[in-house]
Write a new protein. Structure first.
Length: 187
C-alpha cells in the first residue's frame, strides 16, 4: 500500500478479512504497528479516551502521508493493550483506496456508494448491510462503514476491524473516536 499526494492519485490497499490491511496485521503490538506503518509515512502515537471500563487502554496510531504538508492522518490504527491492533480506519480524502471484492470503499460519495453497492451485490448474488446511520457496506463483519464530511459531501470512511478484548462484535469494539452521526463526532 503506497500513499500518494491527491485523492485522484490514491493507490490501492489490500484488505484480508480477519488478517489486516496493507502491512498492518490484526493483533500487532503498538511497536509493531509503528514499525509496519513507517513504510507508509510518519506516525504519531497517542492514547485514546477510555469510555468503557471493560476495554483495556487503547493507543491511536496516526499515519500521515510521506512528503505531504501537515494534513489529517491517511490511516488511523487503534491498538488495544490486551488484544493488539483491532481497527484500521482509512481517511476519506487522504487514505488509500481499499476495495471489497472489487467495490471501492474509501472516499466514495455515500449516496453513490449506496446505489453502487446495491447493484454490485445484486449482480454478484452478495449481501450488503446498512449501519444504524444508514450507511451501506459489505455484510462482512470485519468492515464497518462510517461517514466523513468532505466539504458539502458525506464520503465513506471504512473501518476494517476484528473484535477486541471483552467485545462480542465489531460494533461493540468501535473506538469512541470513530462514533459519528452524519459524519460528525458524537464523543
Amino acid at each position: 500500500m503506497t500513499l500518494r499526494i491527491g485523492v485522484a492519485e490514491r493507490d490501492e490497499g489490500s484488505y484480508s478479512p480477519g488478517v489486516g490491511v496493507g502491512p498492518l496485521r490484526f493483533g500487532m503490538t503498538v511497536d509493531e504497528v509503528v514499525e509496519a506503518a513507517g513504510i507508509l509515512g510518519p506516525t504519531k502515537v497517542g492514547d485514546c479516551a477510555r469510555h468503557h471500563a471493560i476495554f483495556s487502554p487503547t493507543w491511536k496510531v496516526e499515519v500521515h502521508r510521506r512528503g505531504v504538508a501537515p494534513s489529517p492522518p491517511a490511516v488511523t490504527a487503534y491498538v488495544s493493550r490486551v488484544a493488539g491492533l483491532f481497527c484500521v480506519a482509512a481517511d476519506a480524502v487522504h487514505g488509500p483506496q481499499v476495495a471489497y471484492g472489487g467495490l471501492p470503499l474509501v472516499g466514495r460519495d455515500m449516496s453513490e456508494l449506496d446505489s453502487d453497492a446495491f447493484a454490485y451485490a445484486e449482480a454478484r448474488d452478495m449481501r450488503f448491510r446498512y449501519t444504524p446511520e444508514g450507511y451501506p457496506g459489505p455484510e462482512d463483519a470485519g468492515v464497518v462503514m462510517r461517514g466523513q464530511p468532505v466539504g458539502q459531501v458525506l464520503r465513506s470512511r471504512p473501518l476494517f476491524m476484528v473484535t477486541r478484548d471483552g467485545a462480542n462484535t465489531e460494533w461493540d469494539s468501535m473506538p469512541p473516536e470513530e462514533y459519528r452521526v452524519n459524519g460528525r463526532p458524537t464523543a
